[in-house]
Ligand binder design. Sequence first.
Ligand SMILES: [Zn+2]
Length: 312
Amino acid sequence: MSQDIVIGVDLGGTKIAFAAVDRQGQVLADYTLPTLAQEGADAVIDRIVQGIEATSGFVSGHVVGVGIGSPGAIDVEYGVILNAVNLNWTDVPLAAGVRAGLKFDIPVQVQNDVNVAALGEYLFGAAQGVSDFVYLAVGTGLGGGAMSGGKLISGAQGMAMEVGHISIDPNGRLCGCGTRGCAEMYISGKGVLEGAREHLAAFPESPLHRSSLSTAAVVAADKLGDPLARLVVAEAGDALGTVMAWSVAMFNPALILIGGGMGKVLGDRLLTRARTTLATRVYPPMLEKLRFGWSQIEVTAVGAAALAWLNR
Ligand SMILES: [Zn+2]
Protein backbone atom coordinates (compact mmCIF):
# COMPACT_ATOMS: atom_id res chain seq x y z
CA MET A 1 0.00 0.00 0.00
CA SER A 2 1.47 3.34 -0.98
CA GLN A 3 1.78 6.03 1.65
CA ASP A 4 -0.36 9.17 1.77
CA ILE A 5 1.28 12.44 0.79
CA VAL A 6 0.15 16.04 0.38
CA ILE A 7 1.39 18.72 -1.99
CA GLY A 8 2.36 22.05 -0.44
CA VAL A 9 2.40 25.09 -2.72
CA ASP A 10 4.15 28.36 -1.90
CA LEU A 11 2.76 30.99 -4.24
CA GLY A 12 5.15 33.93 -4.46
CA GLY A 13 5.42 37.04 -6.60
CA THR A 14 8.24 35.62 -8.76
CA LYS A 15 8.09 31.85 -8.31
CA ILE A 16 5.80 29.04 -7.23
CA ALA A 17 7.45 26.34 -5.10
CA PHE A 18 5.93 22.85 -4.77
CA ALA A 19 6.79 20.07 -2.31
CA ALA A 20 5.44 16.54 -1.87
CA VAL A 21 5.42 16.04 1.90
CA ASP A 22 4.67 12.98 4.01
CA ARG A 23 2.91 12.96 7.38
CA GLN A 24 6.24 13.35 9.20
CA GLY A 25 7.06 16.54 7.29
CA GLN A 26 9.69 14.95 5.05
CA VAL A 27 10.03 16.46 1.61
CA LEU A 28 9.88 13.58 -0.89
CA ALA A 29 10.08 15.74 -4.01
CA ASP A 30 10.11 19.40 -4.89
CA TYR A 31 9.60 21.51 -7.97
CA THR A 32 9.54 25.19 -8.95
CA LEU A 33 7.82 27.19 -11.68
CA PRO A 34 7.92 30.91 -12.45
CA THR A 35 4.78 32.79 -11.36
CA LEU A 36 4.57 35.11 -14.41
CA ALA A 37 1.74 37.03 -12.74
CA GLN A 38 1.57 39.44 -15.67
CA GLU A 39 -0.06 36.64 -17.71
CA GLY A 40 -3.14 36.86 -15.49
CA ALA A 41 -4.75 34.73 -12.78
CA ASP A 42 -6.01 31.94 -15.06
CA ALA A 43 -2.52 31.32 -16.44
CA VAL A 44 -1.06 31.24 -12.91
CA ILE A 45 -3.75 28.79 -11.76
CA ASP A 46 -2.94 26.57 -14.78
CA ARG A 47 0.72 26.60 -13.75
CA ILE A 48 -0.17 25.69 -10.15
CA VAL A 49 -2.20 22.71 -11.44
CA GLN A 50 0.65 21.69 -13.73
CA GLY A 51 3.16 21.95 -10.86
CA ILE A 52 0.99 19.89 -8.47
CA GLU A 53 0.60 17.13 -11.05
CA ALA A 54 4.32 17.17 -11.93
CA THR A 55 5.35 17.01 -8.26
CA SER A 56 2.86 14.19 -7.62
CA GLY A 57 4.41 12.30 -10.53
CA PHE A 58 7.85 12.32 -8.88
CA VAL A 59 6.69 10.18 -5.92
CA SER A 60 4.89 6.88 -5.58
CA GLY A 61 2.55 8.03 -2.80
CA HIS A 62 -1.17 8.66 -2.90
CA VAL A 63 -1.94 12.41 -2.98
CA VAL A 64 -4.65 13.20 -0.42
CA GLY A 65 -4.66 17.00 -0.29
CA VAL A 66 -3.20 20.29 -1.41
CA GLY A 67 -2.31 23.28 0.78
CA ILE A 68 -1.47 26.64 -0.76
CA GLY A 69 0.24 29.54 1.01
CA SER A 70 -0.51 32.84 -0.71
CA PRO A 71 0.36 36.46 -0.02
CA GLY A 72 -2.39 39.00 0.63
CA ALA A 73 -5.90 39.05 2.05
CA ILE A 74 -7.73 35.74 1.79
CA ASP A 75 -11.20 34.33 2.35
CA VAL A 76 -9.83 31.20 4.00
CA GLU A 77 -13.16 29.35 4.10
CA TYR A 78 -13.68 29.53 0.34
CA GLY A 79 -10.04 29.78 -0.74
CA VAL A 80 -10.53 33.14 -2.48
CA ILE A 81 -7.66 35.62 -2.78
CA LEU A 82 -9.45 38.88 -1.93
CA ASN A 83 -6.49 41.11 -2.69
CA ALA A 84 -2.83 40.34 -3.37
CA VAL A 85 -0.88 43.41 -4.43
CA ASN A 86 2.25 41.65 -5.71
CA LEU A 87 0.17 39.34 -7.93
CA ASN A 88 -2.22 42.14 -8.94
CA TRP A 89 -5.13 39.87 -7.96
CA THR A 90 -8.59 40.85 -6.69
CA ASP A 91 -11.26 38.26 -5.80
CA VAL A 92 -9.54 35.29 -7.45
CA PRO A 93 -11.20 31.93 -6.55
CA LEU A 94 -7.87 30.14 -6.23
CA ALA A 95 -8.94 26.93 -4.43
CA ALA A 96 -11.89 26.32 -6.76
CA GLY A 97 -9.77 27.03 -9.85
CA VAL A 98 -7.01 24.63 -8.83
CA ARG A 99 -9.47 21.95 -7.79
CA ALA A 100 -11.32 22.18 -11.10
CA GLY A 101 -8.06 21.82 -13.03
CA LEU A 102 -6.69 18.80 -11.18
CA LYS A 103 -7.13 15.31 -12.59
CA PHE A 104 -7.82 13.93 -9.09
CA ASP A 105 -10.61 15.05 -6.74
CA ILE A 106 -8.91 16.14 -3.50
CA PRO A 107 -9.37 19.03 -1.05
CA VAL A 108 -7.48 22.24 -1.86
CA GLN A 109 -7.01 24.76 0.95
CA VAL A 110 -5.59 28.26 0.88
CA GLN A 111 -4.14 30.29 3.75
CA ASN A 112 -1.92 33.35 4.17
CA ASP A 113 1.76 32.54 3.54
CA VAL A 114 3.03 33.61 6.98
CA ASN A 115 0.19 31.73 8.68
CA VAL A 116 1.16 28.51 6.90
CA ALA A 117 4.76 29.04 8.01
CA ALA A 118 3.44 29.11 11.60
CA LEU A 119 1.48 25.90 10.94
CA GLY A 120 4.64 24.28 9.59
CA GLU A 121 6.46 25.08 12.84
CA TYR A 122 3.52 23.72 14.85
CA LEU A 123 3.30 20.41 13.01
CA PHE A 124 6.92 19.75 12.03
CA GLY A 125 9.23 22.40 13.50
CA ALA A 126 10.14 24.45 16.55
CA ALA A 127 6.60 24.78 17.96
CA GLN A 128 5.66 21.09 18.12
CA GLY A 129 3.49 20.46 21.15
CA VAL A 130 3.06 24.21 21.86
CA SER A 131 -0.58 25.21 21.50
CA ASP A 132 -0.06 28.93 22.22
CA PHE A 133 2.71 30.57 20.26
CA VAL A 134 3.48 33.56 18.05
CA TYR A 135 5.60 33.42 14.92
CA LEU A 136 7.28 36.59 13.65
CA ALA A 137 8.83 36.48 10.17
CA VAL A 138 11.60 39.04 9.72
CA GLY A 139 12.39 38.97 6.02
CA THR A 140 12.31 41.64 3.33
CA GLY A 141 9.20 42.79 5.20
CA LEU A 142 7.67 41.81 8.55
CA GLY A 143 4.84 39.33 8.97
CA GLY A 144 3.38 37.22 11.73
CA GLY A 145 1.13 34.36 12.69
CA ALA A 146 -0.44 33.22 15.95
CA MET A 147 -1.66 29.90 17.29
CA SER A 148 -4.03 30.15 20.25
CA GLY A 149 -5.32 27.08 22.06
CA GLY A 150 -4.06 24.92 19.19
CA LYS A 151 -6.02 26.93 16.64
CA LEU A 152 -4.50 29.17 13.98
CA ILE A 153 -5.87 32.70 14.25
CA SER A 154 -6.83 33.70 10.68
CA GLY A 155 -9.06 36.72 11.12
CA ALA A 156 -11.78 37.78 8.70
CA GLN A 157 -9.35 38.14 5.79
CA GLY A 158 -6.58 35.73 6.77
CA MET A 159 -4.62 38.77 7.91
CA ALA A 160 -4.59 38.43 11.69
CA MET A 161 -1.08 39.22 13.00
CA GLU A 162 -0.28 41.32 9.91
CA VAL A 163 2.02 43.19 12.26
CA GLY A 164 4.34 44.74 9.68
CA HIS A 165 2.04 47.69 9.15
CA ILE A 166 1.18 48.68 12.69
CA SER A 167 2.53 52.17 13.17
CA ILE A 168 4.97 52.38 16.07
CA ASP A 169 5.75 56.05 15.38
CA PRO A 170 3.11 58.31 13.78
CA ASN A 171 5.89 60.72 12.76
CA GLY A 172 8.24 57.98 11.58
CA ARG A 173 9.46 56.71 8.22
CA LEU A 174 6.90 56.80 5.40
CA CYS A 175 5.85 53.28 4.38
CA GLY A 176 4.69 52.12 0.95
CA CYS A 177 1.24 51.44 2.48
CA GLY A 178 0.79 55.17 3.07
CA THR A 179 1.16 55.07 6.85
CA ARG A 180 4.10 56.53 8.79
CA GLY A 181 6.30 54.58 11.14
CA CYS A 182 5.15 51.06 10.25
CA ALA A 183 7.02 48.40 12.24
CA GLU A 184 8.47 46.89 9.07
CA MET A 185 10.12 50.22 8.22
CA TYR A 186 12.40 49.40 11.21
CA ILE A 187 12.44 45.65 11.64
CA SER A 188 12.92 43.98 8.23
CA GLY A 189 15.53 44.01 5.47
CA LYS A 190 13.78 47.05 4.05
CA GLY A 191 13.71 48.73 7.47
CA VAL A 192 17.40 48.15 8.18
CA LEU A 193 18.28 49.71 4.83
CA GLU A 194 16.01 52.71 5.51
CA GLY A 195 17.62 53.15 8.92
CA ALA A 196 21.13 53.20 7.47
CA ARG A 197 20.04 55.80 4.88
CA GLU A 198 18.36 57.96 7.51
CA HIS A 199 21.35 58.07 9.86
CA LEU A 200 24.21 57.97 7.34
CA ALA A 201 24.96 61.70 7.38
CA ALA A 202 25.33 61.69 11.19
CA PHE A 203 28.11 59.08 10.98
CA PRO A 204 30.75 60.49 8.58
CA GLU A 205 33.31 57.89 9.70
CA SER A 206 31.10 54.86 8.97
CA PRO A 207 32.50 52.32 6.46
CA LEU A 208 28.98 52.27 5.00
CA HIS A 209 29.90 55.47 3.13
CA ARG A 210 32.47 53.56 1.11
CA SER A 211 30.22 50.91 -0.43
CA SER A 212 26.77 50.92 -1.97
CA LEU A 213 24.22 50.49 0.81
CA SER A 214 22.67 47.04 1.17
CA THR A 215 21.27 45.02 4.03
CA ALA A 216 24.30 42.71 3.74
CA ALA A 217 26.65 45.69 4.12
CA VAL A 218 24.78 46.87 7.24
CA VAL A 219 24.88 43.39 8.77
CA ALA A 220 28.62 43.10 8.06
CA ALA A 221 29.30 46.55 9.54
CA ASP A 222 27.28 45.64 12.64
CA LYS A 223 29.45 42.56 13.17
CA LEU A 224 32.54 44.81 13.00
CA GLY A 225 31.10 47.17 15.63
CA ASP A 226 30.32 50.13 13.36
CA PRO A 227 28.30 52.61 15.49
CA LEU A 228 25.91 53.45 12.63
CA ALA A 229 25.08 49.80 11.99
CA ARG A 230 24.79 49.20 15.74
CA LEU A 231 22.24 52.03 15.97
CA VAL A 232 20.21 50.64 13.08
CA VAL A 233 20.17 47.12 14.58
CA ALA A 234 19.22 48.58 17.99
CA GLU A 235 16.27 50.40 16.37
CA ALA A 236 15.29 47.15 14.67
CA GLY A 237 15.45 45.32 18.00
CA ASP A 238 13.34 47.98 19.71
CA ALA A 239 10.69 47.73 16.99
CA LEU A 240 10.68 43.93 17.27
CA GLY A 241 10.34 44.21 21.06
CA THR A 242 7.35 46.51 20.61
CA VAL A 243 5.65 44.07 18.23
CA MET A 244 6.41 41.26 20.69
CA ALA A 245 4.74 43.26 23.45
CA TRP A 246 1.48 43.55 21.49
CA SER A 247 1.65 39.86 20.65
CA VAL A 248 2.19 38.93 24.29
CA ALA A 249 -0.68 41.12 25.47
CA MET A 250 -3.06 39.69 22.85
CA PHE A 251 -2.21 35.99 22.92
CA ASN A 252 -0.28 35.33 26.15
CA PRO A 253 1.96 32.91 24.22
CA ALA A 254 4.28 30.30 25.74
CA LEU A 255 6.72 30.73 22.86
CA ILE A 256 7.76 33.45 20.40
CA LEU A 257 9.49 32.11 17.30
CA ILE A 258 11.57 34.35 15.07
CA GLY A 259 11.91 33.35 11.43
CA GLY A 260 12.78 34.94 8.12
CA GLY A 261 16.18 35.45 6.52
CA MET A 262 16.88 38.85 8.04
CA GLY A 263 15.89 37.76 11.55
CA LYS A 264 18.27 34.83 11.42
CA VAL A 265 21.16 36.86 10.00
CA LEU A 266 20.87 39.43 12.81
CA GLY A 267 20.44 36.56 15.25
CA ASP A 268 20.94 36.81 18.99
CA ARG A 269 21.99 40.48 18.96
CA LEU A 270 18.58 41.35 17.56
CA LEU A 271 16.72 39.04 19.91
CA THR A 272 18.59 40.25 23.02
CA ARG A 273 17.72 43.87 22.27
CA ALA A 274 14.11 42.97 21.46
CA ARG A 275 13.72 41.07 24.74
CA THR A 276 15.11 44.02 26.71
CA THR A 277 12.57 46.32 25.07
CA LEU A 278 9.76 43.80 25.54
CA ALA A 279 10.50 43.60 29.26
CA THR A 280 9.75 47.32 29.64
CA ARG A 281 6.42 47.13 27.82
CA VAL A 282 4.27 44.34 29.18
CA TYR A 283 2.76 43.19 32.42
CA PRO A 284 5.76 41.40 33.98
CA PRO A 285 4.01 38.17 35.03
CA MET A 286 3.26 37.51 31.35
CA LEU A 287 6.98 36.98 30.73
CA GLU A 288 7.50 34.33 33.39
CA LYS A 289 6.70 31.34 31.21
CA LEU A 290 7.57 32.87 27.85
CA ARG A 291 10.29 31.17 25.81
CA PHE A 292 11.98 32.34 22.62
CA GLY A 293 13.28 30.36 19.68
CA TRP A 294 14.14 30.31 16.00
CA SER A 295 12.04 28.81 13.23
CA GLN A 296 13.23 25.45 11.88
CA ILE A 297 11.31 24.93 8.65
CA GLU A 298 13.46 26.19 5.79
CA VAL A 299 11.24 25.04 2.90
CA THR A 300 8.22 27.35 2.73
CA ALA A 301 6.10 24.83 0.83
CA VAL A 302 6.34 22.51 3.87
CA GLY A 303 4.22 25.03 5.83
CA ALA A 304 1.62 24.92 3.07
CA ALA A 305 1.70 21.12 3.28
CA ALA A 306 1.07 21.38 7.04
CA LEU A 307 -2.17 23.20 6.21
CA ALA A 308 -3.33 20.20 4.20
CA TRP A 309 -2.27 17.69 6.88
CA LEU A 310 -3.83 19.60 9.79
CA ASN A 311 -7.24 19.79 8.20
CA ARG A 312 -7.53 16.15 7.30
ZN1 LIG B 1 3.03 50.18 6.17
